[in-house]
Design a protein around this ligand. Structure first.
Ligand code: NAD
Ligand code: UFG
Length: 337
């Protein structure tokens, strides 16, 4: 299939491009490079041996996006483009609503105009808010605690309404748990601007000596060691989940929703310990107060994705940490060197 990947030079998008190419798809990327680097394209070429067609375009730019659709004639779209930082979304809600919602509206218009009927959307486990229990099943109640999460929930609802109105549209809402790791080559990986917000890129920056210690946000949670528990999933497993979802759309299922996680939870201290093991370095840490909005425990039920997509995560925590470290060690300044 010929697939448009919006946000395809970003962290998850770039890994998904590899899985798409490896499974025989033709890929075109649209990205405005607001949170990614053009060097990703050379790295993708090194990994896949294919020159990936790229348009430096804002998805909200209707004229330019329509021109891309007119020229390329896609059979499907994976929509990663958007802003994703929870804390920043609280500071700048308008920017988050504008970017995440408007890019989706423009994309929907283009898909309708050019008769493209298959869409995979990047949602997030954040739409479950504070779940009443774990594991989290896809039919749990939805709520959000920050503007970023609200954009994901709004978009899920908008796409659900659209799929009811537009018969023949096939849409997969994929709720990611905590993507970490990097391609085994160490050529692509997560390259956050400034000080990382998320745990794993923060730990690798400590391990490489760019930050002095990890701040453990609270050790009084209702978990075995008191620190927060999350479902970390290797980004390459996540990428393969997108290929499985696209295959599912070929069966004309209408709207489908899947968790993409491993079904296992690890605490902050377990993550620090695993990085100590794979890096062979001490990872100093200090316990600090809880981060507002964080929950105790979050991990997925993986049953539905396994049964309906035939997909499950294969890579274990050690591999996730080893691959994150391999990327960080080979690229201490991310893509800029
Ligand atoms: P990322 O920031 O690395 O990638 C997003 C890409 O979209 C970037 O390359 C950015 O330049 C581009 N972009 C943003 N706005 C755009 C616009 N208007 N037009 C064109 N390009 C635009 O983020 P990621 O971690 O790869 O996340 C991809 C998607 O998955 C996002 O929608 C994110 O919300 C979602 N998600 C991420 C996580 C996570 O922890 N990384 C978890 C759940 C869901
Ligand atoms: N944590 C620390 N110190 C840090 C960073 C995080 O102790 O410096 C802790 C957090 O309190 C939490 C765990 O590590 O217990 C994971 O935190 P992350 O910031 O890495 O990830 P979150 O679970 O908070 O959120 C991430 C993405 C969201 C997405 C969600 C999906 O940032 O966008 O996963 O589950 F919605």
């Amino acid at each position: 299939m010929k697939i448009l990947v919006t946000g395809g030079t970003g962290y998850i998008g770039s890994h998904t491009v590899i899985s798409l190419v490896n499974s025989g798809n033709e890929v075109v990327i649209v990205d405005n490079l607001s949170n990614s680097k053009i060097q990703v394209l050379d790295r993708l070429y090194k990994i896949t041996g294919k020159k990936i067609k790229f348009y430096k375009t804002d998805v909200r730019n209707e004229k330019k996006l329509f021109a891309v659709f007119r020229k390329e004639k896609f059979q499907g779209v994976i929509h990663f483009a958007g802003f994703k930082a929870v804390g920043e979304s609280v500071e700048k809600p308008l920017e988050y609503y504008s970017n995440n919602l408007e890019s989706t509206f423009t994309l929907m218009k283009a898909m309708k105009t050019f008769g493209v009927r298959n869409l995979v959307f990047s949602s997030s486990a954040t739409v479950y808010g504070k779940p009443a229990s774990v594991p989290i099943y896809e039919d749990f109640p939805l709520s959000t605690t920050n503007p970023y999460g609200t954009t994901k929930l709004f978009i899920e609802r908008i796409l659900t309404d659209w799929s009811k109105a537009e018969k023949g549209m096939n849409i997969a809402l994929l709720r990611y748990f905590n993507p970490v790791g990097a391609h085994e080559s160490g050529l692509i990986g997560e390259d956050p601007n400034g000080i990382p917000n998320n745990l794993v890129p923060y730990i690798t920056k400590v391990a490489v000596g760019k930050l002095p210690f990890v701040n453990v946000f609270g050790d009084d949670y209702d978990t075995p060691d008191g620190t927060g528990v999350r479902d970390y999933i290797h980004v390459c497993d996540l990428a393969e989940g997108h290929v499985a979802a696209l295959k599912k759309l070929e069966t004309n299922p209408g709207l489908v929703v899947y968790n993409l996680g491993t079904g296992k939870g690890y605490s902050v201290l377990e993550m620090v310990e695993m990085f100590r093991k794979v890096t062979g370095r001490e990872i100093p840490y200090r316990v600090t107060p809880r981060r507002p909005g964080d929950i105790d425990v979050c991990y997925a039920s993986t049953e539905k994705a396994k049964a309906e997509l035939g997909w499950e995560a294969k890579r274990d925590l050690e591999q996730m940490c080893r691959d994150s470290w391999n990327w960080q060690e080979k690229n201490p300044d991310g893509y800029s060197k």
